[in-house]
Write a protein that binds this ligand. Structure first.
Ligand SMILES: [Zn+2]
Length: 672
């Protein structure tokens, strides 16, 4: 049998032929992919004609397809189904990929040709592609001398090894740090379904009792309902110590080494630190502008968190708890939400059954806005039995792409939730989008429905916003496809999509009791809306904690090594004014996967930066009649279809009619 990666897939939309793919295919496919790509690049540099757009830039866009096919599938596995075999392959393939990338971007002859391409007479997207390529080459080190380039290659290779190691140690330690509870009484407050799921998880791990798996980020869902303080304490501490204190793994040492190497790389490229380098190609005008914004938010956020803490102390005191601790926060926050706002989030779960959330909520909203429909293709296989595949079609029946949903948690899956692409849309290559959403919902015991928490429903809508950004992509070049926008812009469309969850027509359509079919009463939705700023003090503070920690790690100058990462972390939070014992950062350095194994280094600020655009867009939808085809089509045409083919902030202006205003964000988070 030939290697399935060596040919374009014959399946609809070029869905990879997962039934034929085995882990043994990856390393040979990478090898062939590297060779093919290098031959294509050699052909470009060997061309005796003067460089022009077609023979250099477009040729580069067409090159490397075997490698792209292999890598897109491989990184789907490393995130969503990283078996030991996949992890071993990653240790080998990771440095090879880093080296290959360097051999393209540090290729002097190639850079010379790219620099020689004239943009005269090119259409706007093509001209933009030329300048993006130039910038990428320069950022990769194309202008360095031989010694500098050799150093660059070494740094990239080592960083690739460390990133893989961080992710693998974190996954291992997360699984090993799951909290084992032997007495069911200690789980009081959890629903019967949750207790059954914990029992099933223990049985699967060969342990007696109940196992509470850890999820990302810091706060754990069970903390909101566990009545036993000691269980809460143990659960939060297991979460906070993840990566470095629980089982002899040490991700902190890796984090410190990565930060030091990134600083060195930035210096090599002429930047003061990695944060300056990382934000140089973002929509934020400067690192100072980012600090200015975060600085403005920190004090009011902390003030709001302290005001929230006062109410929590009152509630806790009624239980005889006099020393409110971080592990009590979620529990009493829910209690206040119930008492003060009459919102019981735990009681909502029976109304959030996965199948209905998807079909009658997420897909329904997309249909009302964009006219697209979703048809499950049980004839098409995903990369794991839990993965489901839907074909997405436009209103006129034309095919748009495939959407894969992988909703359940498993030991081989990284924590958190994300979207990624298996095939990128490009009219140059004649490809449509194939995108995936991953969540980490606990699998119910056999025969039981999958009931989601409020936050999980928000997350499902969020990730689907990324999926739409991929699916609606209508660009020429694969480089600009879908979500290939700056990090501090990419969270914008996904955050906008969250708004439809509680939109009256949408929530009425999907939030129905799984057993009785009874709809969630409108007044319950109204109360949720009324309580929407409750907890935002905590939420904003923990978010800022993680963001400022990320920046602290990446504002280190070359030579500033961190000997004691825990002390460094504490100091960074203190200096930023967000060190609250009751509100630990959303991620600690030991399990900050976004920045140490996920491409968000010095970019975690992106969430709140894009939320400015998001909140202002939500205003626009409200002002213009909400859930209508006209509104959806405008958002799709001006924004979701554009990818990075035009300046993203220009796309925003074309959609909104002006630059974004920050007030809607401040209002939403109670910071006005
Ligand atoms: Zn996102």
């Amino acid at each position: 049998m030939s290697n399935p990666f060596l040919h374009t897939s014959a399946l609809p939309y070029q869905l990879p032929p997962f039934e034929q793919i085995t882990p043994e295919d990856f390393l040979p496919a990478f090898k062939s992919g590297f060779e093919e790509h290098l031959m294509e690049i050699d052909a470009i540099t060997a061309n005796s004609d003067a460089p022009d757009f077609e023979n250099t830039i477009a040729a580069m866009e067409r090159a490397g397809q075997t490698l792209a096919r292999t890598a897109n599938v491989f990184f789907t596995f490393t995130a969503a189904d990283a078996t030991e075999q996949i992890q071993a392959i990653q240790q080998e393939a990771g440095p090879q990929l880093a080296e290959h990338e360097d051999s393209i971007y540090l290729n002097k002859a190639l850079f010379q040709r790219v620099s020689g391409v004239s943009t005269d007479g090119l259409d706007a997207e093509s001209a933009r592609l030329v300048s993006e390529y130039r910038r990428s080459f320069i950022r990769a080190g194309a202008r360095l001398d031989d010694e500098g380039q050799a150093k660059m290659r070494k740094l990239n290779a080592r960083l690739s090894v460390l990133g893989t190691e961080y992710a693998q140690k974190l996954l291992k330690d997360t699984n090993e740090s799951a909290l084992l509870v032997t007495d069911a009484a200690d789980l009081d407050g959890l629903s019967d379904d949750d207790v059954a799921a914990a029992a099933a998880a223990a049985a699967e791990a060969g342990q007696e009792g109940y196992l509470l798996s850890l999820v990302l980020p810091t706060s754990q869902p069970a903390l909101a309902s566990l009545t036993n303080r000691e269980t809460r304490r143990r659960l939060l501490e297991a979460s906070l110590n993840r990566g470095f204190r629980n089982n002899g793994e040490n991700t902190l040492g890796l984090a410190a080494e990565m930060a030091a190497l990134r600083a060195e790389r930035a210096e090599l490229l002429g930047f003061a630190n990695h944060a300056e380098f990382a934000t140089d190609n973002q929509t934020a005008p400067s690192l100072e502008a980012i600090h200015a914004m975060l600085g403005k938010l920190a004090a009011p956020a902390v003030r709001n968190a302290q005001a929230e803490a006062e109410l929590l102390r009152e509630a806790a005191a009624r239980d005889g708890v006099e020393d409110l601790q971080a592990w009590d926060w979620s529990y009493y926050s829910e209690q206040v939400r119930r008492e003060k706002f009459s919102v019981d989030r735990a009681a909502l779960r029976p109304y959030f059954e996965l199948e209905r959330v998807l079909k009658d909520g997420i897909f329904y909203a997309a249909n009302r806005l964009y006219g697209v429909t979703f048809t499950e293709r049980t004839d098409l296989a995903g990369y794991h039995p839990d993965v489901r595949v839907w074909e997405v079609t436009n209103e006129d029946g034309s095919g748009l792409g495939l959407f894969l949903g992988d909703y359940y948690t498993r030991d081989t899956k990284a924590g958190g939730a994300w979207m990624n692409s298996l095939v990128h849309q490009s009219s140059l290559l004649g490809t449509a989008s194939v995108v995936i959403n991953n969540l980490n919902i606990a699998k119910p015991a056999a025969g039981e429905p999958t009931l989601l928490s409020f936050d999980e429903v928000v997350t499902a809508f969020h990730e689907f916003g990324h999926a739409l950004h991929g699916l609606f992509s209508d660009v020429t070049y694969p480089q600009f496809s879908g979500t290939a926008v700056p990090r501090d812009f990419v969270e914008y469309p996904s955050q906008v999509n969250e708004m439809w969850m509680l939109w009256p027509e949408v929530v009425a359509n999907f939030a129905k009791h799984y057993a009785t079919g009874e709809p969630l009463p409108q007044d319950a939705v109204d109360r949720i809306e009324a309580a929407s700023t409750w907890g935002e003090g905590f939420g904003t503070t923990e978010y800022l904690g993680a963001t400022l920690l990320d920046l602290a790690w990446h504002e280190l100058a070359t030579g500033e090594t961190v000997q004691d990462p825990e002390a460094f972390e504490a100091e960074a939070l203190e200096r930023a004014g967000v060190a609250l014992a009751l509100v630990p950062p959303r991620y600690r350095s030991g399990y900050f996967k976004h920045i140490f194994a996920g491409g968000y280094a010095a970019a975690y600020y992106a969430y709140i930066w894009s939320e400015v655009l998001d909140a202002d867009t939500v205003e626009w939808f409200r002002e213009n009649g909400g859930l209508t085809r006209e509104n959806g089509d405008r958002f799709r045409r001006e924004l979701l279809s554009r990818g990075n083919s035009i300046d993203p902030l220009q796309a925003f202006r074309n959609f909104r009619g002006r630059d974004a205003a920050i007030e809607p964000l401040l209002h939403r988070r109670g910071l006005a």
